[in-house]
Ligand binder design. Sequence first.
Ligand code: KIV
Ligand code: ZN
Length: 513
Amino acid sequence: MTDKLIIFDTTLRDGEQSPGASMTKDEKLRIARQLERLKVDVIEAGFAASSNGDFEAVRAIALAIKDSTVCSLARANDRDIARAAEALKGGASTRIHLFLATSALHMEKKLRMTPDQVFEQAKLSTRFARNLSSDVEFSPEDGYRSDPDFLCRVIEAVIAEGATTINIPDTVGYAVPELYGQFILNLRQRIPNADKAIWSVHCHNDLGMAVANSLAGVKLGGARQVECTINGLGERAGNCSLEEVVMAVKTRRDYFDLTLGVDVSHIVAASRLVSQTTGFVVQPNKAVVGANAFAHASGIHQDGVLKARDTYEIMRAEDVGWAANKIVLGKLSGRNAFKQRLTELGIAMESETEINAAFAKFKELADRKSDIFDEDILALVMDESVTPENEHYRLLALSQHSEMGERPQASVAFAAGALEHHAQSDGNGPVDASLKAIESKISSGAEMLLYSVNAITSGSTESQGEVTVRLQLGGRVVNGVGADPDIVVASAKAYLAALNKLHSKIERVAAQG
Ligand code: KIV
Ligand code: ZN
């Protein structure tokens, strides 16, 4: 009988740990709903004990999601575990994921604990977690660089305490495929009770081998769960990419001989949603979800594909959801058509007020842009101003003047709470002038780490510009995203969206303390 490969998505936890990728509760909930639509088996929703914001996000996701298991990370101590259990309470299917470092380096330098202390803590915390949940995953952090004898001792003990999944992280992305696969196999063969748990792989991409290592862990090591993120989002060089690992297993079923629960037709929508939410742009040549992943530019390839698709194609673009680039709505579309499209795109709006606000923005956009694509709608609902609770700063008007050889000037009107500000400035370019005008009133002192502009839909100049601004202030890094056919307006929106995030009090703590 063919085994099932469990897909554990950690975009909302490990992915979110990427600097600048932190998300609000509503953003996380929206992505969780898309992951449920994608039918991933497990959604790691966050790290409940790390902040009140993450606790609330895990709680909201646990209550909203019915078809995937919702998981919270926890350090191996009673407080973290109790907090995770509390956040997950009431969820249809939930899991607590414990982690504790086991490599000599981490135990000595980071934890300042002896191996015996780590062993005891691993055992006791697993026991504690099992009293609160029947589904407990244990991760020896930096597992791949740990002494195999010690790792065997710890893993045997936590399985005896009831851990149901054992995950072996390559925390620093040091592994190479064959050795990682052998490492997992060796552990499974040496640990007497290994068959009482599901084995999982968790690979970081520092050497660009996260997907290859994960697949080796599955094929050679016998792991039956892969931990991964949409677009490979994650700290440093990221995590194993969900879309790549899933499509590899599906496309090479002849080799892997595994089944998957994932509905791959939602992959592209998930990729777009994560990219638009975090501002982490997907490189055009990224496998499966990059804009060029299925584009055949060379004449020989085009000719071949036209004659028989499989001459140059191993997957079909439409199978992973690439068919969506079509005109969906226009100026004459009504509220019902708009609402229907939101539902088809999986965007759940809680209240009529929210739908009305989004529809007003849609009408405003349709007046200026004749063809509205799915991406435009996604950008529109991504715009912070749709949820007035998050919105302290709001753009009211913007005009700018630029002429070759002259220094550009901008005038910006924006609301800050109940106040209305009018500001003027010059700048190196119209965007610079507009943002300087805003800053002249707010004096946020934030440092800009990133400014990027992208065409949301096709390469044409009729497309909306989507701008991402990343700001840093007092140790916090936030992204603001703004979309508009006018990129200067999109820039001002993105800047104010980032300032809104800095203004909100959602605090975050690094997950791995
Ligand atoms: O990379 C890592 O070690 C982790 C663990 C917390 C599972 O993300
Ligand atoms: Zn990780």
